[in-house]
Design a protein around this ligand. Structure first.
Ligand SMILES: [Zn+2]
Length: 308
């Protein structure tokens, strides 16, 4: 949804609440604590959107359990911040967000990190299958060498660099998941795909880096030998390498420095946006809000499939 539409449609707290209730419940409001449908709106003059539950006798609103709960920032500002962040192809610095919304940089930073946390919750639920590519890269620190395939130091794998290693796995033509890792060892490869990838019936393609061989215990694995050729029919890693170049453009364009602590948030934002790339902006805005609620409903849920 573009900024003007958000401003026109959601000028007040009431308008935002009504829309969030529609996204979360449709025509079927229910208690977020006990799931009961025996709920009714509270008649209170000063508090918009409060409901009573006749099942567990609690009082709640649509924000319960989401990134919006326990914040004093008015919802119209939240909505504008979400529209700006969701639409920013290369991410957005908190300084820019503060200027755009007329708020302090601290408030903008807080808003942006909560939005990224919601994106991270969505990314955490991904379960990938089919024809997959995995690879590793480095973010932060000095700008990297222009082409890693022609870089003779490539297999030094970050030794002597301040950059942080990141591993990613992508479905061919599909969804992307990225993860900050301590190193590019077999243990990191395992932590990337464990619980994230359906091993049965999937094929994972990587370059010849030896750490990826651990995959063979669990699933089919093919190697592309970059020293010899770039692409061998379907056996290539072009999709994940395209994702890396998007990731780097967003980091170098907006976040010149960010601490290791927040790297997972920025990775989640870049991954979330990659996975929205075929959607209209209107649908991404709706999708973001819907994702906030599905995360609230599924807190603690995890994938059943773990590696043996
Ligand atoms: Zn209840």
């Amino acid at each position: 949804m573009d900024l003007l539409t958000v401003m026109r449609r959601f000028p007040t707290q009431e308008a935002c609440i009504a829309y969030l209730e529609h996204v979360r419940w449709g025509d079927d409001p229910r208690c977020p604590y006990c799931g009961s449908r025996a709920v009714s709106p509270k008649q209170e003059r000063n508090r918009v959107g409060r409901w009573n539950c006749h099942g567990c006798h609690s009082s709640f609103n649509v924000l319960a359990g989401t990134i919006f709960s326990a914040t004093r920032i008015p919802l119209p500002k939240w909505f504008l911040a979400i529209a700006l962040l969701v639409n920013a192809k290369k991410s957005l610095s908190s300084h820019q967000l503060a200027r755009d919304l007329g708020m302090t940089q601290q408030t903008a930073w807080y808003l942006a990190q909560r939005v990224r946390k919601a994106m991270a919750n969505e990314q955490d639920k991904l379960f990938l299958r089919g024809l997959l590519e995995a690879d590793e890269t480095y973010v932060g620190g000095e700008p990297r060498k222009p082409n890693k395939r022609n870089n003779p130091n490539r297999h030094k794998r970050g030794r002597g660099t301040s950059k942080r290693p990141v591993m990613g796995v992508v479905e061919r033509g599909g969804r992307l998941f990225m993860q900050a890792v301590p190193d590019t060892s077999g243990a990191s490869v395992r932590s990337l795909i464990d619980g994230r990838v359906e091993p049965a019936g999937s094929l994972l393609i990587t370059d010849e880096w030896q750490a990826y061989r651990v995959i063979r215990q669990w699933m089919d694995h093919e190697v592309i030998k970059h020293k010899e050729l770039y692409c061998d029919g379907d056996i290539h890693t072009n999709n994940i390498e395209g994702a890396w170049s998007l990731l780097k453009r967003s980091f170098h364009g907006q976040h010149h420095h960010y601490s290791a602590k927040w790297t997972p948030h920025y990775l989640a934002e870049a991954g979330w946006k990659y996975n929205q790339r075929h959607r209209q902006p209107r649908d991404s805005f709706y999708g973001f809000l819907a994702g906030c609620f599905s995360a609230a409903a599924n807190e603690g849920a995890s994938h059943e499939t773990r590696l043996g």
